[in-house]
Design a protein. Sequence first.
Lengths: 363, 66
Amino acid sequence: MLASKDKISIKQAMLIFITIVYSPSLRLVLVAGAKEAKQAAWLAPIITLFFIIPIILILHRIYKKYKEASFFEIIEDIFGTAVGKTVMVLLIIFLTFQLVIIIYNYADKFVSTAYTQYNQLIFVVVMLFTVAYINRKSGISVLARMCEILSAVIVFVFLFLAILSLKEVKISNITPISYLDIFPAFKANLIIMSNWSYLIYIFLLSNYINNKEKIKKVCSLTILLLAFITIILLVTGIGILGASTIELSPVPYITMVKQISAFGFIERLEAFVLSLWIFSDFVAISILIFIVFNLLKSLFKFSDTKSLIGIYSVILFFMVMMFGRNTFEVQALGFSLYVPLNIIFVYLMPVLVLVVGMIRKKV
Amino acid sequence: MIFYVVLISGISIYEIRIMIKSKLKKEMVLFIAFDIIALSLAWIYSKNPYGISISDSILSMLGIKH
């Protein structure tokens, strides 16, 4: 599984993807699923599969031709330099805003659950300092090796908690299902699509990923595993708490975990879940910063971008601190603007690359 | 504001010295642009730390009810 020093394998890239989606799945997918599709939310991941599987096949086709190229090089080759550079600049701005939303949500999660008397600023500073330090001192391969271990822990802990909580699931909370639920489930699927868009973001680091000929197999298996986990999350979350309770709770998964008690001594597991959340957020922030700097490197033909991490973290800090006066403003921006833009931008990009590439006989 | 200026200046001096040694001229240009952005954001933030909301401004600008 281990790749060369500066490169990672496609398996490691997918383990990074699983680690990244853990945090937003627990926080956003559960709330959005309950809000949009109520008892039918657990159908949403199945709908998402119909959108993400074709994207995996498209990526497989593109990287069959461009084995060692960076994403920027592919865009530039297919669309030309001007379009390539414009797309890169838009992506850098978009990813910066995405980073700000992730960091805001990460800090807000602590302030609204375990550390209600603390200022958000402390959590933001600690995270940005750690990410900047680790990004400066090490590369993506170190992050990938960390994810190899922790993605397994994340999946194990999640499934363990799901098994413990299964007996509390009320079937009446996740039924009845009829054909009328397809549209609400489709709306709930949008947030999952946005969440799984990290799969495509990871391919912005394609020049760091080895054995891309296995994209179809490895990515499809990862997505099927993730769909299964998301269904379990929605069944247990909505099945235990009910859609109406989840809609009103800022972090419903923690509320659900607090209710778990088994054998008289397994209880108060929320601290463990929170610590895994920190790790998931840390990996997401690190990888997105790494992607931004990879894009900057390609765009300006830089030889080294590590010196820029410190000042970029300062910019992120001020943006996070001014991003929202409360969670509701940030959530409103996320759901009404960021999610649709993310879906259009990220899912459309590989399709356009394939179509234009085929017309120009380059793919 | 003074704290932020000192922090940004500290980072800048440290990084620019490294960049000069490594002859990273192009990187230095972007670094200075980032420096200006960071100082501007620090000035805006220190004027009204709890009153500014980028989310609210974007949503209001686009006419999205929230």
